[in-house]
Design a protein around this ligand. Sequence first.
Ligand SMILES: CC(C)(COP(=O)(O)OP(=O)(O)OC[C@H]1O[C@@H](n2cnc3c(N)ncnc32)[C@H](O)[C@@H]1OP(=O)(O)O)[C@@H](O)C(=O)NCCC(=O)NCCS
Length: 161
Amino acid sequence: MFNPVTYYRLARWLYLHRIPLLPRLVEILNVLVFHCYVPYTVEIGDGFEVGYWGIGVVIHPRVKIGKNVFVAQGVTIGGRNEKPEVPRIEDNVFIAAGAKVLGDIVVGEGSVIGANAVVIRSVPPRSIAVGVPARISRGSTWWNRSIWEALKTRLCRLLVE
Ligand SMILES: CC(C)(COP(=O)(O)OP(=O)(O)OC[C@H]1O[C@@H](n2cnc3c(N)ncnc32)[C@H](O)[C@@H]1OP(=O)(O)O)[C@@H](O)C(=O)NCCC(=O)NCCS
């Protein structure tokens, strides 16, 4: 109940129902309570989760996020310099603590972004991207559903307990 995703969902619902002022107020409440900026204009699929109440999470208003995405604390998803384009995050992506995902890029389905990575190029589906600037540490050959589920479950536990 008391987590920033609930506040985001409420603000988004109010926005989509064209209720004035309230979406912005709920958005501001999210910042004041959790230090988490997830604007109601961001399109986010079902199953979105944040780690440690989303402390320090900042997401640009035009970002699009798929289903079952996990965003850890301290993550920024937004633009690069003056360029208006922002990232698109596909389904089942895990973004670890402190990562920055920037610019006109796509983070492919099932990928994992490592802690503190700075991602400025698109990440192919089912890859692990680490470092500054991020490089692909492991490509789709490592990936199968059960390994990915295990990784996500293990990391999520680590992050949310
Ligand atoms: C991305 C991650 C899942 C990769 O795990 P992994 O597949 O087990 O990776 P490995 O430990 O086998 O490392 C593979 C390579 O990537 C490097 N690497 C791994 N994570 C890295 C990171 N976050 N930043 C930079 N390099 C990293 C390793 O040094 C290794 O490099 P090498 O091949 O040159 O030796 C993991 O490192 C990570 O970042 N987890 C997030 C944990 C987190 O957010 N914790 C918060 C707790 S509150």
